[in-house]
Design a binder for this molecule. Structure first.
Ligand code: PHE
Ligand code: ZN
Length: 854
């Protein structure tokens, strides 16, 4: 099921070329006769030509389809089959198209279109997978109602919308809401359900189900609670009610992404919905709650209002990520969620925005849209909405959203529509703000300050480095949330949002008795890099006193980064003042444990590499690794006397609950355990491992022990206990590679790819090993080049089976220009080897070419 090899340069699609489809699709009727190698799909589609249909011929997308027959108004026709679809003459008046095609779901390893996973049929149609199911105008601006009949032996036959009848070996579904084909879904399997129901605020009873393979029914309760909370939250906060009689979620083991918001029938990667205390960590629970919410929220932001074309992807994704972040902040802790999101943004989006793959949240061109489901579209897309909300204010945001739903319900929209709603609701001109959607790159904001006669002036200068295709950038609107502190820690000025709109601009605060300490970019009010000359003493002051929790954490993070950088560049010892500050913080019981755990979590080694590179120093991954080890060892020694007490004080007693408070305590407890293990050789960790009745504590103990003497034995015990649980085994595979020493990582990963439980066709398992290799900074970038070589070999092997997952994983190479010329040369060899692979997919071809060119 592989895409054809690009013999010449693959076609590029441009935003500026948008043209509406020449026909309206009034109704779609589909019949599926399921068989693993020869499924028949019958379609009956009512088309009516639009005014703009100058050409009476029409084009329908289609890929990997065997056309059995085609008719127009009941009379057989012979369409012209071309690459990517067919062309057919039409009557020029409304007509009915009927086609029968044959497809082979069992042979579909690309996991796009109709495929099989562990014996069940399932579909994935976003972005352009429906064309692998039948001939259709597979574009999001073509919306229609769907009626579906499924014929198969499976006990459970599901599609979108409401049930419309069923019997032995068949079921029918009708979805009354017009939708684009990418939201189509079908599932057939011998599944069991976890049922529940929800009453909407207008009193409608909705049937809810989570469908899983037999044996997994005990892992659905948490997801179901998350779903009900999401439904309630969207009513309370956005005034949005659910609009069908039934909402189904299905868990599948083989899935390229996290989950999919198909109308009324969400399909989830089983890792993003199945949860139990014994098999899932606190982090898994938090993520599952967020993804269930995300997919549910898409029902309004994505489904009822969808995208005109795929360039507008961030219209639904940025907004829905923003909404799920608000939800998590409400369910858990707002500052902790914000800090976690900024850590993730810097780890995933900043490298993208500052490397060869940089693109704006709304890209203007692509070869393969699957390559644009990126951190920039999703996470930066959400940051842009956060800035908009901060600029217009909370009440205006609510007004604009109400107008958005009123005005655009049932439509396929653009970023222009979205911004116009805000302009109309608030009267504000957003033309400069719009640059956030069209310009790539992370802005740098340089800060300088001046104090004289009670007047304090902050001057900001913004600039954005060149990105591919965008050498020069215009100044953007940057909301800077700023507060001022007095030398004794009192807040002199509460948070105020300064709007930076010029390349260089000053703001003055009058009536100050002495020079204040500024706290800038509170709550991380804009996705920028702040550059300001300051001292470690001032950072330590903010770490101790800032009233904004985000900036408190940020000050600690900056101290950690500075310490690490001087350790690497000057061979210095860890900064004593910083160690003291950390110690104080860890022991401060008035602070949220989750916050303390975050302050104790060091910046990633990859982030240190980026910082060094930004300062003109070529990063040496081994030295960065050594500094991290030395720092942790020194911190453990500094805390030696208090660690046992802290460990005891943060141990959660009683039965496991995946709530935010317990999770925060366990996160802190896990950090302390890993430090303790450096001193006691793993005694306490081994005890915790034995006593643990939940995965969070079992996994934390195992992770701590991996580097101690008995790590191997413990890891074997873990394997023996969990070898039949696929999701837990993914953790085991990943941990082996993540914990491997720099010179061993490639070897460990190689051995794991030969393990009987390794299966490259399962994206979760492939990512467990290869994702962990790419994430083991010093191991992946080991001077031998073995890490690069292993990843490249596996990407080449996977590409012919699953182009999407292969292409996404290529991003591991995007930071290559940070490193020394020897490493760059080794990476170039691997990238060129991938590119030279015969029959390489369009997906991987585009990614590797961009990485090489940038
Ligand atoms: N639209 C899905 C989401 O964000 C992601 C997805 C994209 C899933 C493409 C599958 C394929 O929730
Ligand atoms: Zn989404």
């Amino acid at each position: 099921m592989k895409d054809a090899a690009p013999a010449t340069a693959p076609e590029t699609f441009y935003l500026k070329d948008y043209k509406p489809f020449g026909f309206e699709v009034e109704t779609v009727e589909l019949t599926f006769k399921l068989a693993p190698n020869s499924t028949r799909v019958l379609s009956k589609i009512r088309f009516s030509p639009q005014d703009n249909a100058a050409d009476p011929r029409f084009f329908l997308h289609g890929e990997a389809l065997k056309l059995i027959s085609a008719k127009i108004d009941g009379a057989p026709v012979t369409p012209e089959l071309i690459a990517g679809g067919l062309i057919c003459d039409t009557p020029g008046t409304p007509f009915t198209w009927e086609a029968e095609v044959e497809i082979a779901p069992a042979a579909n390893t690309a996991l796009e279109g109709l495929y099989m996973s562990s014996g069940m049929y399932c579909t994935q149609c976003e972005a352009e997978g429906f064309r692998k199911i039948t001939y259709y105008p597979d574009r999001p601006d073509v919306m229609s109602t769907f009626s579906v009949r499924i014929e198969g032996d499976e006990t459970v036959l599901l599609s979108n919308g409401n049930p419309a009848g069923s019997g032995e070996g068949w079921a029918e579904w009708h979805d009354p809401w017009p939708k684009p084909a990418y939201l189509f879904a079908l599932v057939a399997g011998d599944l069991v359900n976890h049922p529940d129901h929800f009453t909407t605020r207008s009193g409608k009873d909705v049937e809810l189900n989570i469908w899983v393979r037999p044996g997994d029914e005990g892992k659905c309760a948490f997801g179901m609670e998350a779903l009900k909370k999401s439904m309630k939250w969207d009513e309370d906060v956005y005034g949005r009610e659910y609009d069908l009689d039934i909402f189904n979620i299905v868990a599948v083991d083989d899935f390229n992404m996290g989950a999919m918001e198909n109308k009324g029938l969400n399909i989830f990667n089983s890792s993003c919905v199945l949860a139990s205390p014994e098999t899932s960590t606190d982090a898994n629970f938090e993520r599952i709650e967020a993804i269930i919410a995300h997919e549910y929220f898409h029902n309004w932001t994505g489904n009822r209002i969808t995208c005109r074309d795929w360039f507008q992807l961030c219209l639904k994704e940025g907004l829905t990520v923003f909404r799920d972040a608000q939800f998590t902040a409400d369910m858990r802790s707002e500052p902790v969620k914000r800090i976690e999101d900024v850590i993730a943004l810097r780890a995933r989006q900043f490298p993208e925005d500052n490397g060869p793959l940089a693109h704006p949240p709304r890209p203007e061109q692509f070869q393969e849209i699957n390559n644009f489901y990126t951190a920039t579209v999703y996470e930066k897309g959400a940051e842009v909405i956060g800035m908009l909300k901060r600029l217009v204010g909370d009440d205006n945001y609510d007004k604009a959203l109400d107008l958005y739903f009123d005005r655009h319900d049932g439509q396929a929209c653009t970023i222009e529509d979205w911004l116009r709603v805000f302009e109309d609701a608030t009267g504000r001109d957003l033309s400069q703000f719009k640059l956030w959607y069209s310009q790539a790159g992370t802005p740098r904001v340089k800060v300088s300050e001046d104090y004289a006669d009670g007047s304090y002036t902050l001057t900001f200068e913004q600039s954005t480095p060149p990105t591919p295709g965008q050498p020069d950038k215009a100044p953007r609107v940057i909301p800077l949330a700023v507060g001022l502190l007095a030398a004794n820690g009192d807040e002199l000025r509460a948070t105020e949002v300064l709007e930076l709109i010029e390349a260089k601009q000053s703001f003055t605060f009058d009536g100050l008795a002495s020079k204040p300490v500024p706290s800038i970019l509170r709550e991380f009010s804009a996705p920028v890099i702040l550059e300001r000359e300051t001292t470690n003493a001032e950072r330590a002051f903010l770490l101790a006193h800032d009233t904004d929790p985000f900036n408190r954490w940020e000050a600690g993070n900056a101290l950690a980064t500075e310490t690490r950088v001087t350790m690497v560049t000057e061979g210095a010892a860890p900064d004593g003042a910083y160690l003291d500050a950390l110690e104080k913080l860890v022991r401060d019981d008035t602070l949220d444990p989750a916050f303390r755990a975050l302050v104790l979590s060091p910046p990633s080694q990859s982030e240190i590499a980026q910082t060094l590179h930004d300062r003109g120093v070529t990063p040496d991954p081994q030295k960065i690794y050594d500094a991290a080890e030395t720092f942790a060892q020194t911190l453990a020694q500094q805390l030696e006397t208090s660690l046992p007490r802290l460990y005891a004080a943060t141990t959660v007693d009683g039965p496991y609950q995946p709530d935010a408070n317990g999770a925060g305590l366990r996160a802190l407890n896990g950090r302390i355990l890993s430090l303790l293990t450096r001193l006691d050789g793993g005694e306490q960790a081994a005890r915790q491992y034995q006593a643990a009745d939940n995965m969070t504590q079992q996994y934390a103990a195992l992770a701590a022990l991996m580097k101690a003497e008995n790590g191997e034995r413990q890891s074997q015990a873990f394997f023996d206990q969990w070898q039949n649980d696929r999701l837990v085994m993914d953790k085991w595979f990943a941990l082996q590679v993540a914990c491997a020493a720099p010179d061993a990582a490639a070897k460990v990963a190689t051995d794991l790819t030969r393990h009987t439980l390794f299966d490259m066709k399962n994206p979760n398992r492939f990512r467990a090993v290869m994702g962990a290799l790419a994430g083991n900074h010093a191991g992946f970038h080991h001077a031998s080049g073995a890490g690069y070589q292993l990843l490249a070999e596996n990407l080449i092997a996977l590409d012919s089976l699953n182009p999407q997952t292969t292409a996404r994983m290529c991003a591991a190479f995007q930071t290559w220009k940070r490193y020394d010329s020897a490493r760059q040369a080794s990476i170039r060899v691997e990238l060129e080897r991938i590119l030279a692979t015969e029959g390489l997919s369009r997906d991987t071809h585009e990614m590797v070419s961009r990485i090489l060119q940038g």
